[in-house]
Design a protein around this ligand. Structure first.
Ligand code: FE2
Length: 248
């Protein structure tokens, strides 16, 4: 099965459309790892499109905060402003859709979550964090499978635990494709569709071929001008537009 894995769409309709067009019919199913809204100015359009396409979606911390702004108390002041704006403009039906999402999902290959399997707000960025989660996967306490897909950091990443139990980040090659070994364990982040932070403004996603045991990272260019225009017109912080240009 070919699974397209998208994360952190963040109300960026132009980026989402560009990714779906790049994907074409290249996947059997599409998985959205959360943060469908927040930061950018097309929350309803993005929720509508994700629902129309029939993506398997899980909740991100911005999705949860848009339904319950008290959860945004720890957000930075710009992100907090975006949460309040998003809550204001979201149609009731779309708020209910976001509120219905679960925080993680299990599959034959392993599991999918936004931040970590236990938390939508925790970041999986450091070696000790990756090692702790991979150990849980290896000892079977998180169910079957050897792959955990995660988002939240907005950065493409692969952590690998080999048969000795050694954990290391895996270099993503030029062609974007990594082969997975059935005896190893992996944490894989596709990067962000709507607000990439790896220093490259292109939208990032991946295709996980569960039969071939490969993940292929893809970068997609899109026209930033309409997205930026909508951010400014909505009165959202200009900082959100600048970070799209810089890819940070
Ligand atoms: Fe996010």
């Amino acid at each position: 099965m070919r699974v397209a894995v998208l994360s952190d769409i963040h109300a960026n309709l132009e980026a989402l459309r560009a990714v779906l067009s790049d994907l074409g019919k290249g996947a059997d199913t599409i998985l959205n790892l959360g943060d469908l809204v927040g930061y950018n100015a097309s929350p309803n359009e993005c929720v509508d499109l994700v629902r129309d396409v029939g993506m398997h979606s899980i909740a991100g911390n911005h999705d949860q905060a848009a339904c319950n702004p008290r959860l945004a108390a720890g957000f930075n002041i710009y992100a907090h402003r975006a949460v309040l704006w998003t809550r204001e403009v979201l149609y009731g039906e779309n708020t209910r859709f976001l509120a219905s999402l679960s925080e993680n999902s299990r599959f034959d290959f392993g599991l999918a979550c936004h931040g970590t399997p236990e938390s939508t707000t925790s970041y999986l960025g450091l070696h000790f964090q990756a090692r702790a989660l991979l150990k849980k996967m290896k000892n079977g306490s998180l169910g079957r499978g050897n792959v955990c897909l995660f988002g939240h950091t907005h950065k493409r990443k692969v952590w690998r635990m080999d048969v000795r139990g050694k954990v290391a980040p895996e270099e993503i090659p030029e062609n974007g494709t990594i082969e997975l070994l059935p005896e190893e364990f992996y944490l894989i982040n596709p990067g962000s569709v709507g607000q990439p932070r790896s220093g490259d403004p292109r939208s990032s996603y991946l295709i996980f071929d569960t039969r071939e045991n490969t993940v292929s990272f893809r970068l997609v260019e899109y026209d930033l001008a309409p997205t930026i225009g909508k951010i400014i017109a909505a009165g959202l912080p200009e900082f959100f537009a600048q970070r799209l240009v810089d890819g940070v």
